[in-house]
Ligand binder design. Sequence first.
Ligand SMILES: Cc1cc2nc3c(=O)[nH]c(=O)nc-3n(C[C@H](O)[C@H](O)[C@H](O)COP(=O)(O)OP(=O)(O)OC[C@H]3O[C@@H](n4cnc5c(N)ncnc54)[C@H](O)[C@@H]3O)c2cc1C
Ligand code: FES
Length: 340
Amino acid sequence: MKRYSIKIAGTQEAAFACEEGDTLLGGALRSSQGFPYECNSGGCGSCQFELVEGELKERWAEAPGLSPRARARGRRLACQCEPLTDCAIKVVLKDDAVPVLAPLRQTLNFLGARPLTPDMSEFCFRTEAADFLPGQYAMLGLPGVEGARAYSMGNLPNGEGLWNFVIKRVPGGRGTAVLFDSLTPGDQVAMDGPYGNSYLRTGNDRDIVCIAGGSGLSPVLSILRAAVKQPELSGRRLHLFYGGRGPEDICVAQIVEDDPVLRERIELHTAISDETAPGAEQWTGNRGFVHELVRSTLGERIPTFDYYFCGPPPMTDAVHRMLLLDYKVPAQQLHFDRFF
Ligand SMILES: Cc1cc2nc3c(=O)[nH]c(=O)nc-3n(C[C@H](O)[C@H](O)[C@H](O)COP(=O)(O)OP(=O)(O)OC[C@H]3O[C@@H](n4cnc5c(N)ncnc54)[C@H](O)[C@@H]3O)c2cc1C
Ligand code: FES
């Protein structure tokens, strides 16, 4: 296997090796470099860099994370570029982006899926080891699908090698069509991970608020399952806010009910947002968007919590704007993944 040397322009020794076929981002993180990134899926633009010297192959040249203007200025996405030669690039590495666990490429065996709602299931896989931090995600290479898809683990790191993901079917989506319609137990799937910086932090005294919409449930379940087990978090209050379109989407109530430890520790708040969804007329709980439920429930206490929020970009952006702009919550208290 060829290995290319990637030099950071303007520095003496900061360089890393990237294997043929790997992305620049994957190579950097496998070498414990603090390369900034968020989605690893071509959607957010936070892994941008400038190519100074060398040749690259772009896996997804139309990735929406890069504007035509940025592209014309020579910017590229590290999560979508593979080096074809040694390269020199311009990027500002960050200490807080150095991965705690370097991502590994492994093969997962599909064990089966358990339906949670009409369009959301928990998919279970097994491999040698399941080393990740609660809240992180893995990239799955699905048979016949161009480009890997990011899915967040919903379970805890474990010695049995189990990787569980809560996944929502996307109408017309190519990856979720394979997962829901053609993957059968015993099938193998390529996996690269863990990735992600919105994992559980324990080094402060703040109570914890998790906010999720749709399949954003997966990482917050992992975070809360870890939080209830951590002795140093035993005195913290744990809130979970969950929003769905209609009552059928609110599977979280049953998940919490079925787990005595979660049931005892978690303060669960749910809301539905679509008056036309099946069963909406009979729903006696909260209605509206989940960020408004956070506002009406926590009010002026909002700046005192640590936040973990995940789900579709319109939901995460609304939560982010509210916490940052309306309540001036310091950025270091906010941990989030936008599911592009
Ligand atoms: C950090 C993160 C965590 C996520 N966690 C979850 C989760 O736990 N559960 C869940 O249900 N969903 C999750 N998602 C969303 C998930 O990754 C998929 O976007 C979603 O399942 C739709 O995939 P699809 O293939 O069905 O749809 P499609 O519309 O076929 O593809 C959607 C996504 O695939 C990627 N993509 C499309 N074409 C290409 C290409 N040519 N090359 C490379 N990439 C391409 C893009 O990211 C695009 O947004 C997460 C997303 C991110 C970014
Ligand atoms: S991390 Fe590369 S575009 Fe989001």
